[in-house]
Design a protein around this ligand. Sequence first.
Ligand code: NCD
Ligand code: ZN
Length: 335
Amino acid sequence: MEITLDAPLDMHLHLRDGDMLKLTAPLSADFAGAVVMPNLVPPVAEPAQMTAYAERIAAAMDGREFRAYMTLFFTPMSEAALRAAQQTPGFFALKLYPAGITTNSEGGVADLAQAEPTLRAMEELGIPLLVHGESHGFVLDRESEFLAVYRRLAQRFPKLRICMEHITTAAALRLLDEFENLCATVTLQHLLITLDDVAGGALQPHLFCKPIAKRPEDRDALLQAALGGHPRLFFGSDSAPHPRCKKEACGCAAGVFTAPVALPRLAQLFAENGAADRLQGFVSGHARQWYGLRVPSRRVVLQDVPMPVPAAYRGFGQQVVPMFAGRVLPWSVKA
Ligand code: NCD
Ligand code: ZN
């Protein structure tokens, strides 16, 4: 069996920088393009930094066709500064992190009230807002506690397109259905695993990410929404590579590296649920429609031919362990 996709997109990707970028960029290029996160050190907050980063990404892709939809780390910006960003080639959106909520987010927003003038200008200019939606509360409740913030943003800025990034709960899906200006991304791991897979037996550092995987009923609701073709639910891998020594460590870094296994595992998931025809929308069509993206056509064929997943990917002095390391996936990308 084969599934042919046109221009699959990953709507939430961490490519990092330096040697890690050189290693992970080609491993992320099964996709025709991706929304690239700005949480470098220091964060990508200025158009000039963004342009330079986009050039390093293109160099690391080494001739592969790949469209990087660049984001700026949200800081208060004037309307003139937002206009300048909007005119910078490759710019896609602003990514808002509550201060200190995840990897390299220390410079994020501490007081949302101070973000409002920027949000108002973004709404007028049609710039999308991507949000890491977690509170600083108890780890299992961080996303549900943040839903009140999403609700307020959706009400106060009805024309602002707001993306709830990497949702992990059934409650977030219900909110999605309440407001037409909300969309959401969901990762591969949150369609497959629960907290049990992370910490129910021997601790699995390579499945530890933020937001943490939740309850079976959350996972099931997310899966049903994805398989059912929810038009405002997009695939965003949140593939977040960290050096092996930072994952297999006391104080394990948050992030699951899924870029090279995402499309094969999604093909398996959709095929075994009789929803192969819905995969195109989930990995490309819905996001293109919602954001009005014009993506160059690129055919990617997935086939039910096994893919052995290496124990680790190595290169440029880096080592990173993917999800399903050392296992054999039943589907693969056809060369
Ligand atoms: C991401 C990272 O490592 O940059 N980690 C993660 O667990 N998802 C940051 C993020 O998206 O929260
Ligand atoms: Zn992320």
